[in-house]
Design a protein around this ligand. Structure first.
Ligand code: PEP
Length: 249
């Protein structure tokens, strides 16, 4: 049976000491979580502390971003092999904050996904529409365009998880209703099925992200097509992240 995945995106928060403390606490509570895979995405400078803190547990650590070359004169960038050597097994690709603030395009994200897979990392690809796009009734077209471009030329999509993160729900306190999320998750699974086959569609994990909190996680987790969460703000406090992870229990 497909394992659920609950992932915490720590964004540009935590120094190494804080990251180590938070990760050790999660190791104690969720380190041998029987019902879901757990992953954390600290900032680059806190990766070593987080990796040390969760060592020996089932918690995976990932980078929030990566570049597609393995080394070279790319000041400020981090390569897939550097993430692997830092102890990461996962990477976020295409978070809306990267698309919006750093102008990451679908063609860049396609290279990042391929580079991550080539290095043996498990990417979480984030897709989602803006409020304007939702209000114009083009949410499905936006998701389809992002997915098809970001995953272009990729035959094996099993190692990838997709996070549906409506941009209007990220860090805003407004979350999609369970029905809104579930509709897009179903649509996304159908798209995957059409292009990669029914087995891939059934196996791929489609996470929801966007202001997930302990008090709204339960209703979202009940939806059959929601295979986990990508949590931002609420992943920075052990209590709330643990409560969100427990909503799938
Ligand atoms: C995120 O960073 O992916 C996210 C969903 O953030 P938040 O939970 O704070 O909306």
């Amino acid at each position: 049976m497909k394992r659920l995945l609950v992932a915490g995106n720590w964004k540009m928060y935590t120094d190494p000491a804080g990251a180590g403390n938070l990760a050790s606490r999660l190791k104690g509570s969720l380190g041998s979580c029987g019902w879901a895979d757990i992953a954390i995405f600290p900032p680059f400078t806190s990766l070593a502390a987080a990796v040390d803190a969760v060592r020996g547990s089932g918690i995976a650590v990932g980078g929030q971003n990566l570049y597609w070359e393995n080394e070279g004169a790319y000041t400020g960038e981090i390569s897939p092999s550097m993430l692997i050597k830092a102890g990461c097994t996962m990477a976020l690709v295409g978070h809306s904050e990267r698309r919006t603030h750093f102008n990451e395009t679908d063609s860049m994200l396609n290279k990042k996904i391929k580079a991550a897979l080539g290095a043996g990392l498990h990417p979480i690809l984030c897709v989602g529409e803006t409020l304007e796009q939702r209000e114009s009734g083009i949410t499905e077209q936006v998701i389809e365009k992002q997915l098809m471009a970001d995953l272009d030329g990729i035959d094996e999509i099993e190692p990838i998880a997709i996070a549906y993160e409506p941009v209007w729900a990220i860090g805003t306190g407004k979350n999609a209703t369970p029905e809104q999320a579930s509709d897009i998750h179903k649509f996304t699974r159908q798209l995957i099925g059409r292009k990669w086959g029914e087995k891939a569609a059934a196996g791929i994990r489609i996470l929801y992200g966007g202001s997930v909190k302990p008090d709204n996680a339960g209703a979202l987790a009940e939806k059959a097509d929601i295979d986990g969460f990508l949590v931002g703000g609420a992943s920075l406090k052990a209590d709330s992240f643990e409560a969100i992870a427990r909503s799938f229990k």
